[in-house]
Ligand binder design. Structure first.
Ligand SMILES: [Fe+2]
Ligand SMILES: [Fe+2]
Length: 239
């Protein structure tokens, strides 16, 4: 396996590793590095992927200069390597919402995490990231997304998860592949706030959707979120 990097928006890099046997056609694990005065990594990758991911980070910024470690929720592909990164970057902090810190991260992190209020912005110096709580969307109580305001990049984590090893950025539809993957994995928590939460994300009018599993896109971002919300609403109604 190898980790490839691609700048998908101004100073926003996608680090992508395809695991061939994780799904038919392969399955990508993507991290996103925001290059700013205070570099931020969104998703650490699994702990066993740390050698690959840390090498990829170091091709873009010195690993020791990493300032913020962020992710959507507590799972190994989201945050499995956070303590390895805390050890490698002495001034790095994990930043997450209050629920995630209370339920898991105050205990799991080797250094205390920074607790963020819903809507709180961290000024990275050249980039600004807004923390948004999205409980149970796509899954887990502590779920959140991150929105980078200067580029309009929504780091939407497991939303739109797709199989395969496509390009870093695609112009193709991402909703159909996401619904096909949902049929395989059943990863999304279908609940009453699933569709309303995704519709709120559409109101951000993101210019890039940065996906953890699959190709990112700059096409029809709000419409894709609305289509996804409608599809989940229909699934919930049928359930
Ligand atoms: Fe997840
Ligand atoms: Fe994931």
């Amino acid at each position: 396996m190898q980790t490839v990097t691609h700048e998908i928006a101004d100073n926003i890099y996608r680090l992508s590793t395809c695991v061939p046997d994780a799904a038919p056609g392969g399955f990508t694990f993507n991290q996103f590095l925001i290059k700013a005065e205070q570099p931020l990594l969104f998703h650490t990758g699994p702990r066993q992927m740390f050698p690959l991911v840390s090498d990829a980070i170091a091709r873009i910024v010195p690993l020791s200069k990493l300032r913020w470690i962020a992710f959507g929720h507590v799972e190994s592909d989201e945050c499995g390597a956070m303590n390895e990164l805390l050890a490698a970057a002495p001034s790095a902090e994990v930043a997450h919402g209050a629920v995630g810190c209370m339920v898991s991260l105050d205990d799991l992190c080797d250094r205390p995490p920074r607790k963020l209020a819903d809507g709180e912005v961290i000024d990275l110096g050249g980039k600004r990231v807004r923390h948004l709580d999205t409980p149970h969307v796509p899954h887990n109580w502590e779920a959140r997304v991150l929105f980078e305001e200067t580029t309009g990049t929504l780091f939407c984590g497991d939303l739109f998860t797709a199989t395969g090893n496509g390009p870093a950025l695609t112009n193709d539809d991402i909703v159909g592949p996401a619904l096909a993957a949902e049929e395989i994995f059943h990863a999304t928590a279908l609940c009453s706030n699933t569709a309303p939460t995704i519709r709120r994300l559409a109101q951000l009018e993101p210019r890039t959707l940065a996906l953890m599993h699959g190709s990112s896109t700059q096409m029809r971002c709000s419409d894709a979120l609305l289509d996804l919300a409608n599809a989940y609403e229909s699934m919930l109604a049928r359930a």
